[in-house]
Write a protein that binds this ligand. Structure first.
Ligand code: TXA
Ligand code: MG
Length: 348
């Protein structure tokens, strides 16, 4: 398939977005920037178009998609019921990195929701995305624009790497500001459930609607958010996460790094500005521990960079689970397939 690469600049902006919108309206699939990660969009009300997304990504068909709209009024095509807590969260956080579940109306094809009776929706806070949805004049179903299982794309170059030849068009826009996927909340359950930590923190949500609980997928339960059961965000090389005090973490990573290198493996270390000098070899920093927002923005890019270096194994530091740290740690632990080593002590 020939993929149209559409570079956005201020002169061609209108025309470029119009071309992309037309492709979506006509049943094609287009990758576009949002504030969280790049999405791969199709007309959510066109079953054949949505099928193309699953095919392009190699995504399991039981993993439902998020519908993107540009205005709260667009919800009318998607659901017949807006519960009070959803209304409150929409009013507080939209446009923004928060996805909410609604009871789906019969207009939404089953393929979008993987057969579930609920549908996930958000309004992205990105001008190009909003203009694209407005011009397409349809709700846009869009998962992250990566091949299934790879880290989500936070830069246009990541999308081109994964989807050139697989999508009808790719809009080449700016790097994504947030860099992690949206927070997903189920307010249809009582208490509401945090299905995926993301750009809006648990604390921010609780301030708006009161206590929410985390989705733990208790004892082999099927997770309520089907996407949570797949190994996600994973680079090619296996990842091990080290927790504990910074001092112990660094010592343990250095020790294991030595061992692995003696075995002849090429080791990558995911470090921070504060610790990068403690290691030699292929070490990449995701930024300062003092700036978790920018760590979130760098994480997927750094994970993808290790792939380029042909690393055999990645040893990663861990972060606090406060605020944005919860989403950062969720992605790192999933990239590691829950392989965590406790180096001892406590991270302050
Ligand atoms: O930030 C984002 O959310 C990005 C951008 C493009 O908007 N999109 C994104 O989509 O991350 P995706 O498909 O990679 O992740 C969607 C997540 C999956 O974990 C999926 O299982 C969950 O949302 N989800 C979608 N519909 C759901 C539903 N009805 N019930 C529970 N979980 C749902
Ligand atoms: Mg995804």
């Amino acid at each position: 398939m020939n993929t149209l690469l559409l570079t956005i600049d201020h002169k061609n902006r209108e025309r470029t977005i119009k071309i992309a919108a037309e492709i979506i309206r006509n049943g094609g699939i287009v990758a576009f920037p949002t504030e969280t990660v790049y999405g791969l969009g199709a007309n959510a009300l066109n079953q054949e178009a949505v099928k193309k997304i699953y095919h392009a990504k190699g995504r399991p068909s039981d993993n439902p998609l998020i519908i993107h709209i540009s205005d709260k009024r667009d919800l009318r095509a998607i659901t017949n019921n807006i519960p009070e807590k959803c209304q409150k969260l929409m009013d507080t956080f939209w446009p923004g990195p928060l996805t909410l579940l609604f009871q789906k109306s019969p207009h939404v094809p089953d393929i979008v929701t993987g057969g579930l009776s609920t549908v996930a929706v958000r309004i992205p806070a990105n001008d190009v995305a909003l203009e694209l949805i407005r011009k397409a004049r349809v709700p846009v179903a869009a998962p992250s624009a990566n091949l299934s299982g790879k880290p989500s794309p936070t830069r246009a170059a990541h999308v081109i790497e994964d989807l050139k030849g697989r999508a009808d068009a790719i809009i080449i826009g700016e790097d994504c500001e947030v860099g992690l996927e949206s927070t997903v909340i189920d307010t249809l359950s009582e208490p509401p459930i945090l299905l995926r930590p993301g750009g809006i923190s648990k604390g921010q949500i609780e301030k708006a609607i009161g206590p929410i609980v985390s989705d733990r997928g208790q004892d082999g339960d099927i997770p309520k958010s089907p996407g949570m059961k797949y190994t996600h965000y994973a680079p090619k090389a296996p990842v091990i996460v080290f927790k504990g005090s910074i001092f112990n973490m660094v010592a343990e990573i250095r020790k294991i790094k030595n061992q692995k290198e003696k075995e002849g493996l090429k080791v990558g270390v995911l470090a921070t500005d504060e610790t990068i000098d403690q290691y030699s070899g292929c070490v990449l920093s995701v930024g300062s521990r003092e700036k978790l927002d920018s760590v979130a923005g760098e994480l997927f890019h750094v994970l993808r960079s290790f792939d380029k270096e042909d690393i055999d194994i990645i040893l990663s530091e861990s972060f606090t689970s406060e605020g944005m740290g919860l989403a950062v740690m969720n992605r790192i632990v999933k990239a590691a397939g829950y392989h965590i080593v406790d180096a001892g002590g406590e991270l302050l």
